[in-house]
Write a protein that binds this ligand. Structure first.
Ligand code: AP5
Length: 213
């Protein structure tokens, strides 16, 4: 099964992907995580994309499309995957369709997670992430069990630099202009399912699983 998780920053794409990857044994592919890992490791790609992420702007399409196909063509994606944060522009969505068609595959579902902007801003302001293993927390809704220590690997959790309020506003604007048009794109394609992402995490998961079944 191949699934796209679509939604604005803070909608819960990563949170849901971490749950669904276990339930369905799919690979969770997050372009944001791949970029952040490269920045952390100071790779050539990391150096190219660092400024875009810091400013809340999208990385150029060509770079992102090459990167995603390098990853999706690896053997561990053969059984299927959850795409979190890709595609984000019409150009990327068309490249995904074309690339899948070339490989004799198709997209099964596009899950559009809808959440209002005030909720998104509260979520992103309170988000904390583990810089080591990528686990995601929220200071109110899902704090680590002990202080600011990651439950999974014991590293001190941090706030993402692009979760500062000024950058969050820019990211929401970028979403509206460049990514929201994908809702229409996939609606016309006939595989869009919209869920209310403002519900508690387990209810959002249930809504997605019902839609998939
Ligand atoms: P990326 O890492 O993809 O960030 P994003 O899309 O902005 O998404 P987020 O990770 O912020 O949010 P999320 O929806 O995953 O929410 P989460 O589950 O964490 O991209 C970062 C940057 O990389 C981009 O700005 C761009 O520069 C670049 N990039 C990435 N992909 C690209 C592409 N394809 N093309 C070009 N550039 C690209 O949840 C948020 C918080 O809310 C958490 O604290 C969580 O615990 C909490 N929460 C989640 N669900 C709920 C719920 N139901 N109720 C209460 N709290 C909840």
């Amino acid at each position: 099964m191949r699934v796209v998780l679509l939604g604005p920053p803070g909608a819960g794409k990563g949170t849901q992907a971490q749950i669904l990857e276990e339930n369905y044994e799919l690979m969770h592919i997050s372009t944001g995580d791949i970029f952040r890992q490269n920045i952390k490791n100071e790779t050539a790609l990391g150096k190219k994309v660092k400024a875009y992420l810091a400013a809340g702007q999208l990385v150029p399409d060509e770079l992102t499309i090459d990167l995603i196909w390098d990853r999706l063509d690896q053997a561990d994606c053969d059984k299927g995957y959850l795409l979190d944060g890709f595609p984000r522009t019409i150009v990327q969505a068309e490249a995904l369709n074309d690339g899948l068609a070339t490989r004799g595959k198709k997209l099964d579902y596009v899950i559009n997670i809808r959440v209002d902007n005030e909720v998104l801003i509260r979520r992103l302001a309170g988000r904390r992430v583990c810089p080591e293993c990528g686990a995601t927390y929220h200071v109110d809704v899902k704090p680590p069990k002990v202080g600011e220590i990651c439950d999974v690997c014991g590293t001190t959790v941090i706030q993402r630099t692009d979760d500062k309020i000024e950058t969050v506003r820019d990211r929401l604007q970028v979403y509206e202009t460049q990514t929201a048009p994908l809702i229409d794109f996939y609606e016309k394609q006939g595989n869009l399912i919209t869920v209310d992402g403002s519900m508690p995490v387990d209810e959002v998961t249930a809504a997605i699983q019902n839609a998939i079944h």
